[in-house]
Design a protein around this ligand. Structure first.
Ligand code: AHM
Ligand code: MG
Length: 348
């Protein structure tokens, strides 16, 4: 007769599955000499993501409850959500001793760690609230981040040099999407994994393990309002992709105007997202260090491709050597077969 376990406490697999922290920790355990700092940094980022997500879900109450505008009911000045998200990330991370410098879309210069906190070996760069134009219409927005190892010597403050590293040196990257559910998607170079926030428990639980992008999709995603400002090759690609020809069906167009949402869909369903250069934005619109590079890292990990269209081979985003913190880049990213199609039209 099987032995009966009458002891207290759960036995066997937890019914909720693995949390984000458990997953990162398990991956780090496989790396010899890992100190736990990266796991610590992930805990700090995920705490920030939960705070931002809770605030984003109340954004619609803004005018009703006086949460935004000049002052709130306590007479305190209330910050715009993107400034709030930036401060949450900075505060959650700076005291943890895991990073030596940070870079943010919201801050012109690299963000120093205050004297009173220890400095760590990592460099965190982020767009705290991407697609913030979507807040007022209750559409999806997100947070994007990348993590590099510091390259300046010593254990003191990091500098701009630490921020200006190509994407191929990324140690980890990820995004959080605040959508119909909230998800945290990350990679440390061992596949791409997605976690869904259970708001009742306040934890991200593994829901999408080892995400892979389909080799080809049926959707293109681009701001076609810029059509007349594009180079001829980009216009020819868009004309071609939305035309049915023989066996090939016209692609559908999907574009919400927040790259986290557009790229989350592209990662899951396949297809291609583009933000090309145009007559107004000669280097494209999206920022290399905290928008294009982290997504390029994630997409390559998932079997996708990310290029700027500058060479016959494509111009790999992860190989661009940055020279400025807020540098912009054209971006074509998605399923390998779809990006190859784009390059037939746009590559020089
Ligand atoms: P933001 O970081 O200021 O929110 O801007 C970036 C966003 C991307 O998320 C999105 O893909 C793009 O800008 C949309 O731009 P446009 O309105 O020109 O199509
Ligand atoms: Mg952005």
């Amino acid at each position: 007769m099987a032995e009966q376990h009458l002891s207290v406490g759960p036995e066997g697999p937890s019914f909720h599955g693995k949390t984000l922290e458990q997953h990162v920790l398990a991956a780090q355990r496989k790396i010899p000499h890992a100190t736990g700092d990266l796991t610590g940094l992930f805990s700090q980022i995920s705490l920030a993501a939960k705070i931002i997500s809770s605030q984003v879900s109340k954004a619609g109450l803004a005018n009703v409850l006086g949460y935004t505008g000049e002052t709130n009911v306590q007479g305190e000045e209330v910050k715009k959500l993107d400034i709030f998200a930036n401060e949450v990330l900075v505060r959650c991370v700076q005291q943890g001793g895991t990073v030596c410098v940070m870079g943010s879309e919201e801050v012109a210069e690299p963000i120093a760690i205050p004297m009173k906190y220890p400095k760590g070996k990592y460099v965190l760069q982020f767009d705290p609230l991407d697609g913030s134009g979507n807040i007022d219409i209750n559409a999806s927005i997100g947070t994007i981040f990348s993590i590099h190892r510091r390259i300046t010597p010593g254990e003191g403050a990091g500098s701009l040099k630490d921020c200006l590293q190509p994407g191929r040196e990324i140690v980890a990257a990820g995004y959080v999407i605040y959508g119909s559910s909230n998800m945290f998607v990350y990679s440390t170079g061992q596949g791409v994994h997605g976690f869904t926030l259970d708001p009742a428990i306040g934890e991200f639980f593994l829901s999408h393990e080892n995400m892979k992008i389909p080799a080809r999709g049926d959707t293109y995603s681009v701001n076609e309002g810029n059509y007349h400002k594009w180079a001829p090759g980009v216009r020819e690609w868009v004309d071609w992709v939305k035309r049915s020809e023989g066996e090939r069906k016209a692609y559908r167009l999907r574009y919400i105007g927040a790259m986290v949402a557009d790229l989350h869909r592209t990662l899951l369903r396949g297809g291609v997202f583009a933000y090309p250069a145009d007559a107004k934005n000669e280097s494209g619109k999206l920022r290399l260090l905290y928008e294009a590079s982290p997504f390029a890292f994630l997409f390559e990990q998932a079997g996708g491709v990310a290029v700027d269209g500058s060479t016959q081979e494509g111009g790999r985003i992860l190989d661009i050597e940055p020279t400025k913190l807020h540098q912009r880049t054209p971006l074509f990213i998605g399923s390998p077969d779809d990006v190859a199609d784009v390059l037939r039209f746009v590559a020089p």
